[in-house]
Design a binder for this molecule. Sequence first.
Ligand code: ADP
Ligand code: UDP
Length: 238
Amino acid sequence: MEKRKELFSGKAKSVYTTDDDNRYILLFRDDTSAFDGKKIEQLDRKGMVNNKFNAFIMEKLEKAGIETHFEQLLSDNETLVKKLEMMPIECVVRNISAGSICRRLGVEEGLEMTPPTFEFFLKNDELGDPMINEYHINTFGWAEAAHVERMKELTFQVNSVLKELFFQSDMLLVDHKLEFGLYEGRVILGDEFTPDGCRLWDKETRKKLDKDRFRQGLGGVVESYEEVGRRLGIDFGA
Ligand code: ADP
Ligand code: UDP
């Protein structure tokens, strides 16, 4: 597979075209950002850790029957993926209250949310990724109604599979964000699933093991991601 030109460079990953019209290469960089790109740092090893972490999770999801864009790991920092027509929408599901829902609704952190809560956000850094609902998506044509339904269905399926996976390794999946795109007319999971886009707490101590360590300046960010990976059995090499 030949890497051609850089198509897009986001906050943490770069997207490259390849000699196959239907495939992209995702490059996971060490850049780490928070607060819509206002806080940015390079964290040694993060690109490699997230690339391998994402591959492991995507393969688990595929085994559970959830179609993803993942094709194969190409190197420490690169993954081959299906080229998707991404929807400009973030799907967030919450099992425990944390982050923006606490700020918006004044609820305390750590409340169990049963059943899990679902929220849509518009992917737009300049606007600070505002929360939107299905009427906004429909009115402004950001996705078709049937695709919106499918994204919700798939997000809940991913949540069930991964909540159980993390729980078996003594972690709580607090919340997570997914992005979907279209491939041959089907809605499939794109982007990434890594500790950059979810919240994970130790089951007993509730120690934060995700990007909140970066957002809140708690330190040991990549070390925590590796700890999560080790608990799941991921081999990051030396
Ligand atoms: P951001 O856009 O939030 O800064 P990244 O740095 O992670 O995020 O950039 C990766 C970009 O690639 C995102 O805009 C994401 O929607 C897009 N993307 C992820 N997977 C695919 C795919 N399979 N096909 C096309 N675009 C993708
Ligand atoms: N999230 C993300 N990218 C975003 C916004 C949120 O990956 O642009 C993830 C975030 O890491 C968390 C979940 O989505 O796991 C819910 O985020 P929240 O709405 O609580 O926002 P935050 O407090 O992180 O700003």
